[in-house]
Design a protein around this ligand. Sequence first.
Ligand SMILES: [Zn+2]
Length: 407
Amino acid sequence: MKITRFRKSISGKNIVYSADFVPRRLDLRERVFFKVPRAYKRGDYPYDAFFVAAVPMAMALQENLEFDAIVSETLYKRIHGIKKYINEPSSSTKITVKGTVKRKKTSFANGLFFTLGIDSTHSLISSAKFSKKNRVNYLLFMNGSHSFEVSPAVLKTVQAKIRKWGKWSSAKPIFIDTNLRKIADKIINWDYFHGAGIAAAAHLISPYVGKMYISNQDSYVTDEPAGTGPVIDKMWSNEALSFTSLFPNSKRLDKIKEIIRSKRYREYLKDIWICTEKPASPNRLNCGVCEKCVKNTLRFIAMGAKKSDLAFFFLNKELFDTLVPQSGPTTSWEKFMKPIYDKKLLDVDMLSSIERYLKRRIRIERVKKSQERFNDFKKKVKRLLIKFELLDEILYLKNHLRAVYTK
Ligand SMILES: [Zn+2]
């Protein structure tokens, strides 16, 4: 994979940085861009941002990376370690760069990736108690990290909400736009790329921010790998910008408990954005009926939220008959269902609907797992073929045989 043709241009109130991403094996030539507000202009070019975005893609493609620019010495040394944490442990990607350099640290301000989700909101609320030196000074939101295109109306609403939280916490919001996910999704699973994506965005503003907080939690390592965690987060750092995991050992339920206890709780319920479905309208960011919305509603109930507080979610027993499982094991439900059973927080009818759903979910999970094992096997075979440069021959043979048989 080659990363080349770095460009910078001005578009309205933004500076646009872009580069070509050219994978060798795929018939692709993609231009990755980041739009950064002009207020955050810089004297140098943010090559390190493109570098952290490119390395996981090259590893996932099992290709060497040819990076047509100079990168940070520290970053270059550290980044080889990411392979284990992005599900590419056997990657033998060689990375070639134009050269390395020691970047200068120019800021001691702290930034936080902020999405209106549970983890980053918990980080922001909790960081109010940090010492002045460690408090959050910037909130960074990257538009383009969702699986769908965020409409301008929804984006406007989300930005207004983030500005409000920024005002409350005396942190300046910064909004960056990118097409990174659109391109990355063709190459690597976002669950594993997510950390690299947000780290890339942070490198664009490094003259203004010296440390970025990434909110993560225990389940990122145990049941929902997200390409972030205390070990991998550090690997995105250069001399000017470091990354620190916030509350990596906290459990999501404990975070929800702390949010419920805080004065900002009701305010947060108005602003919460946790759904991964495309919002139907700016007034309804959460669909309320997908598994992610339902799970989080139950988590809030388990931690003592009143059902009337959660009026914007639509918990009813019929919902569980049509619910579609998302990622994550069924066992992760036990953590929040236990307090609900123990304290009888839902009525018997609702509980039996949930139980029926969980039984169905386990069956679906089994089928999915066996499919995944088969796909993993195919992936391993394909890798071996690539390694020994046999893939093209096999494909040729396959097509040839097909042509013979269909004659
Ligand atoms: Zn939803």
